[in-house]
Design a protein around this ligand. Structure first.
Ligand code: RFL
Ligand code: PHB
Length: 390
């Protein structure tokens, strides 16, 4: 089998890329190692930036998002017994975010892909990417118990943090920047109406907590926990008690309900440069990871593939590879901004077990600054709502 663009991975990056290429008349094949049900149910992100929504609309993938997604015009910060709301449209000149789960974005894109093409193969795990520095790169993959080969003009690794594409770039041709964090998130889904209309990011002496949601009837909540925490050590009552303590504010109550999912998520920051080696391109989590506090991972994945799809369309129209050649540097500018913001949100709101009182006072001073200064508030809102795609 041969295709113009071979795509490894059917997460948001791979699926959106396939949709955008299809709309530009460029043929591609998507290989996904998991089955459809697994991919559609993997619990992850919940916040879409304005520019992600714009691109989903542009490619005809936003019908349900426009019906069921919840536009949010702000978030609340809570610290030191106080609260402050950031008004995104007022601070950013009209930009906002949407609550619409990654699971739903993925379901919508899979449905379109299976209806309109191009081919999407589930349970087709890529085992090797070869010839990235030749004119005919290829993907070896296993499907239906057989070894297969997909030859391509280009390969795009959209196979996430644990995929094979990043490793297919020789060590001598890439540099990886990385840091870890001394805490994780315990995330739950609960069948209860969210206790706030907007997301609440809480700094507390007991650690960070986040209130988010999936719908008017389903809450999504996160607690900072030590690395290596076993979710079994956190029975539901203990989770609700701890959330109560971290969100505590006079006159505010946390609604409790049945917990339907529970998982511990480690966090890290990582960037691989460049995001290209010969005819192999990296996009989304395959190239970079952010801690989830800034809600950037899915949005970066969408921005990468938007830039890349435009570059392939430009190549097809003009025969010029200029935009493809610029892909890595164009994307890395946005990636590093998001890395900085995600690191800033994470370290401002979490309690590092090694930090002292001095560091806590710095965090509080920073949060006070956001509340007191329209400039500081605008800087945070601008990063959170995200820039237009370059
Ligand atoms: P994905 O979603 O990991 O998809 C990669 C796909 O590749 C497949 N794969 C392979 N397929 C074939 N052959 C192989 N050898 C393969 N190896 C892997 C995998 O099965 C999978 O289907 O990467 P992608 O598309 O780059 O998307 C990235 C996003 O999933 C990720 O950045 C976000 O979920 C991060 N994130 C958030 N991002 C946001 O923008 N807003 C948020 O609010 C937000 N919240 C979150 C998050 C991530 C979280 N976790 C679980 C780390 C909240 C959490 C808790
Ligand atoms: C989520 O709803 O899953 C979510 C929201 C905001 C974040 C991270 C995750 O910063």
């Amino acid at each position: 089998m041969h295709t113009t663009v071979g795509i490894v991975g059917a997460g948001p990056a791979g699926l959106l890329l396939a949709r955008l290429l299809h709309r530009s008349g460029i043929d591609c094949v998507v290989l996904e190692q998991r089955d459809r049900a697994y991919v559609e149910q993997r619990q992850r992100a919940g916040i879409l930036e304005q520019s992600t929504v714009d691109v989903l609309r542009e490619c005809g993938a936003a019908d349900r998002l426009d019906r069921e997604g919840l536009p949010h015009d702000g978030v609340e910060l809570r610290w030191d017994g106080r609260r402050h709301r950031l008004d995104f449209p007022a601070l950013t000149g009209g930009r906002r975010v949407w609550v619409y789960a990654q699971t739903e974005v993925v379901k919508d894109l899979i449905a379109l892909q299976l209806r309109d093409g191009p081919p999407l193969l589930f349970e087709a795990g890529a085992e090797a990417i070869e010839g990235a520095d030749t004119d005919r790169p290829l993907i070896r993959y296993r499907h239906d118990g057989r070894e297969n080969t997909l030859t391509c003009d280009y390969v795009v690794g959209c196979d996430g943090f644990h995929g094979i594409a990043r490793d297919a770039v020789p060590d001598t041709a890439k540099k990886t920047y990385e840091r870890g964090y001394p805490y994780s998130w315990l995330g739950i889904l609960a069948d209860v109406a969210p206790s706030s209309d907007e997301l609440v990011y809480a700094h507390s002496p007991r650690g960070f907590a986040l209130l988010s949601m999936r719908s008017p009837r389903v809450s999504r909540l996160y607690l900072q926990v030590p690395n290596g925490t076993d979710p079994a050590a956190w029975p539901d009552e203990r989770i609700w008690d701890e959330l109560d303590a971290r969100f505590a504010l006079d006159g505010w109550t946390l609604r409790r309900g049945p917990v339907t999912a529970k998982a511990v998520l480690p966090m890290r920051s990582l960037v691989t440069e460049p995001m290209r080696h010969g005819r192999l391109f990296l996009a989304g989590d395959a190239a970079h990871i952010v801690p989830p506090t800034g809600a950037k991972g899915l949005n970066l994945a969408a921005a990468d593939v938007t830039v890349l799809a435009r570059a392939f369309a430009h190549l097809r129209r003009t025969r010029s590879a200029d935009l493809l050649d610029a892909y890595s540097s164009t994307s890395l500018r946005r990636v590093w901004r998001a890395e900085h913001f995600s690191h800033f949100m994470t370290t401002t709101l979490h309690t590092d077990p090694a930090q002292g009182d001095f560091d806590v006072r710095l965090q509080i001073s920073q949060l006070d600054r956001v509340a007191a200064s329209p400039h500081a508030a605008a800087e945070l809102a601008d990063n959170y709502a995200g820039p237009p795609i370059a």
